[in-house]
Design a protein around this ligand. Structure first.
Ligand code: T4K
Length: 367
């Protein structure tokens, strides 16, 4: 019996390397609250992401909530429903109304042709998602945002290390949120960051993640607790040493999938984006009038203990918790893709024999 294959598997450093990295915490007894490791990782990530302004968080979701809070947004925020729960929940939990824009059928990011019409006098921001690491139409979003004086915060949870025409993806919009969750290309166990354009926001973001405390006897904001601890930062320091190699290994997996699944009737793959250095975060496949439906492929793989995932189904505007609040029919392309997409297993150590086995099952081929 073959070993189960999950949709992803965390990259980890050698055990001894991590132990070495956390050793000095036993001397200092300093475990959290922006310690030495936290500062070191922040500096290293600033350089890796080409992001002059960055602040770390205990996870991507709270990072996004804090970023939204930092900009004092009001009213309506335009976003997409083809994303993880976090994007929409962060907007709602910050007391704002998400207005859902449809997505492109090719890269699944926000359809900028359908964006401007959704802007009202209540709109304060756009929160687009670089879904699967595919880059949104950043130039058009910037043009629209400037014209209507809107804040842009990217959900870049999937886009760690992605570059466009030599520019780090962190450099677009007013801010970007990165996730360093265990399932991501780069992980700090749980973790996240906000990169941002205006360096004056540093203090506000740092205060928001630490209860709004600005001094021993002074609390200026109703902040929360979203600090990254030293053990998370140590994991990040170790993992960052290997990031390029891990991305290269992911690339080899993706290339094998493409080689096997390209040009098959009814199977649609994400096209590489022009000028984009990818991080190979996810491998989404859309089954559109294929000999098997998405759900049949999912079940067939599952019977072989291969656990692909329906990222992102259901759409967030169709979640039970938002029942009767939004209309999925207003985002027909997102609905179409969500009903047909499957993300196949992808991680640095996935061996090519397993990729072949997965493809053989999908293609109904004997090994
Ligand atoms: N925005 C977007 C667009 C996002 O995709 C996410 C997170 C966020 C915001 C929020 O960022 P964070 O607050 O999470 O930093 C997973 C992740 O938990 C979540 O981080 C991620 N997106 C989402 C797309 O996927 P689940 O519920 O599917 O994860 P789970 O636990 O089923 O794990 C999937 C597979 O990963 C497992 O089958 C095996 C592997 N795995 C998992 C864990 C937890 C590991 O190898 N190691 C692990 O420790 O949500």
């Amino acid at each position: 019996m073959n070993k189960p294959i999950q949709v992803t598997r965390s990259s980890m450093p050698k055990f001894e390397e991590y132990i070495e990295e956390i050793k000095d915490l036993w001397d200092s007894h300093w475990l959290t609250n922006m310690g030495i490791k936290h500062k070191q990782l922040e500096a290293e990530l600033s350089s890796y992401l080409y992001a002059p302004n960055i602040t770390l968080f205990t996870n991507g979701h709270l990072a996004l909530e804090c970023a939204i809070a930092a900009f004092n947004l009001t009213g309506e925020v335009i976003t997409t429903p083809f994303t993880f729960a976090s994007t929409t929940h962060a907007i709602v939990r910050d007391g704002l109304e998400p207005i859902f824009c449809d997505i492109n059928p090719d890269d699944y990011t926000i359809d900028t042709d359908k964006l401007e019409i959704l802007i009202t006098d209540k709109t304060s921001a756009i929160i687009p998602v670089h879904v699967y690491g595919n880059i949104c139409n950043v130039n058009e979003i910037e043009r629209i945002a400037k014209k209507h004086n809107l804040t842009v915060i990217y959900d870049a949870a999937h886009a760690f290390g992605v570059m466009i025409n030599g520019v780090g993806i962190a450099n677009f919009g007013d801010a970007s949120m990165f996730s360093f969750h265990a399932t991501k290309v780069f992980n700090t166990i749980e973790g996240g960051a906000i990169t941002f354009r205006n360096e004056k926001l540093t203090k506000r973001l740092n205060d928001l993640k630490n209860f709004g405390i600005i001094g021993p006897e002074s609390v200026e904001y109703v902040g929360g607790n979203a600090k990254m601890n030293e053990f998370q930062a140590a994991m990040g320091i170790c993992n960052l040493r290997y990031i390029e190699g891990e991305i290269e290994k992911r690339k080899a997996v993706v290339e094998r999938y493409v080689e096997r699944l390209n040009n098959i009737n009814g199977i649609k793959l994400s096209e590489p984006q022009l000028g984009v250095k990818s991080n190979y975060a996810y491998f989404p496949v859309v089954f559109d009038e294929y000999q098997m439906s998405r759900d049949e492929v999912f079940e067939k793989l599952k019977a072989e203990r291969i656990y692909a995932r329906k990222y992102f189904y259901p759409l967030t505007n169709n979640f039970e918790c938002y029942k009767d609040r939004f209309d999925v029919e207003k985002t027909p392309v997102a609905k179409y893709i969500a009903n047909r997409v499957l993300t196949l297993p992808l991680y640095a150590d996935l061996v090519l024999e397993d990729v072949d086995r997965i493809c053989n099952i999908i293609l109904n081929k004997q090994p």
